[in-house]
Ligand binder design. Structure first.
Ligand code: ATP
Ligand code: MG
Length: 398
């Protein structure tokens, strides 16, 4: 499959004037692998399509009205966008009109942050009219132009700011901070899906506590998540497993139910994650002490999520080391914690003489209880013998 540099070479030879742009240029200087590549070109989209078609590639033209042609390469889908200067913004989201330009610096000027407004020629020369590289070296997140204006045009940029400080360990520039404070109310109108996707990136990054602090300090937090108390102690978040359930449960620890629901809806979580976070956050007070018998019973309720409960409680300052070792072990050896995991079934009990009815369920529950105390009992012969004794005492067997 075609590589990105081969695509750039092709566009260059056909005089389309391509440049690498945005996150991929920034990531190159950071020594990070880009999550995706964007190209900006001087040529118009129709010409890009012609060139790609002539080379036997099949571009996707869904975004052509905005100047974007997409093509698959070994590095994933590449968006090739003709230099644009964006027109007026109406709904603080998409520009009303898109105007193409042959001036690369105008295209760079519409981009959100200086570190994202760098371009690179096919032979590796940097074009950096807003001193993004110098900001990057200073770990500074700065808007292209006046922050308050840029955030008014598009409120999503404020959440992108929270994501970038978290992901790239940056400090917000004072003008960016002031702009966010001024435009905080703008994030109320963003869709849940857009909020969820930017903030998911933030929570899963190396420094989620930095983005959180930025949202709090600038007043975005209560606009996004009304009713959630501000928690000054988020530093431990970064040391938690890099997945949403433990991290969000940590954030929501000790909060009241309604704001928690609202938070999860605003994060646009899929149903399974929504339910898992809720379950873990409600496990604040369950008893967890290092006793396998007791912990198997918690595994029965929480399954794998018990590890997340343990991670949250340990990040919140409880000593969970021995509990964690036992839980991990019980999960690894797949200890029996369900009736389905027993080595006998209702049919086996009927063969033993149990009449159909409630007695079977009660007996199976009793067997499970015994097995959770002593996993070595989970063998057919042993269970049948316990069942037969139990059946007689309880009057199910004569
Ligand atoms: P990531 O590593 O998450 O991909 P990125 O900077 O590449 O970060 P993208 O969403 O892929 O982010 O966008 C590519 C580029 O498009 C950005 O680097 C930036 O130049 C520009 N851009 C994206 N979203 C906006 C926006 N809301 N406002 C202005 N420019 C934007
Ligand atoms: Mg990108």
């Amino acid at each position: 499959m075609l590589h990105i540099y081969e695509l750039v070479d092709l566009l260059n030879k056909q005089n389309c004037k391509p440049y690498y742009v945005g996150g991929c240029v920034r990531d190159k200087y950071l020594g990070r692998k880009p999550s995706d590549y964007d190209l900006t070109v001087e040529a118009l989209p129709e010409k890009i399509c012609e060139v790609l078609n002539a080379a036997g590639l099949t571009p996707d033209t869904d975004g052509i009205a905005f100047g974007t042609v997409t093509v698959g390469t070994a590095e994933g889908l590449i968006e090739i966008t003709t230099h644009r200067k964006d027109g007026a913004y109406k709904d603080s989201r998409k520009p009303e009109t898109v105007t193409f330009t042959s001036d690369l610096s105008q295209d760079l000027a519409r981009r959100d942050f200086t570190i994202n407004a760098m371009a690179m020629t096919p032979d590796g020369s940097l074009i950096d009219p807003f001193n993004g590289l110098s900001d990057l070296k200073k770990s500074l997140l700065r808007c292209v132009g006046d922050a308050a204006v840029r955030f008014e045009e598009d409120a999503l940029r404020m959440l992108r700011a929270a994501r970038f400080v978290s992901k790239l360990d940056l400090e917000p520039d004072p003008d960016l901070l002031a702009g966010m404070k001024q435009r905080a109310a703008g994030v109320a109108a963003l869709s849940d899906a857009r909020v969820g996707s930017e903030l998911t990136g933030m929570w899963l990054s190396d420094h989620p506590e930095k983005g959180y602090r930025l949202l709090v300090e600038t007043g975005l937090w209560p606009v996004l998540f009304p009713g959630l108390n501000i928690d000054s102690d988020m530093d431990a978040l970064a040391s938690m497993p890099r997945s949403l359930v433990p991290r969000l449960s940590f954030v929501l620890w000790g909060q009241s139910t309604n704001p928690v629901y609202q938070f999860l809806r605003r994060m646009a979580l899929p149903k399974n994650l929504f339910d898992d976070v809720l379950l873990v956050t409600t496990a604040e007070k369950i008893e967890l002490y290092p006793d396998p018998k007791a912990l198997r019973r918690q595994i029965r309720t929480y399954g794998d999520l018990l590890l997340d409960v343990v991670a949250v409680r340990s990040a919140r300052g409880e000593d969970m080391d021995s509990v964690k070792t036992i839980v991990q072990h019980e999960l690894d050896i797949k200890s029996c914690v369900t009736i389905a995991g027993l080595q006998v079934s209702g049919d086996d009990l009927m063969e033993l003489g149990f009449p159909a009815g409630r007695g079977i369920g009660i007996t199976l529950s009793y067997l499970l209880d015994r097995v959770m105390d002593d996993p070595a009992l989970n063998q057919k012969e042993k269970l049948l013998s316990i069942a037969s004794e139990f059946g007689k005492t309880e009057g199910y067997l004569f």
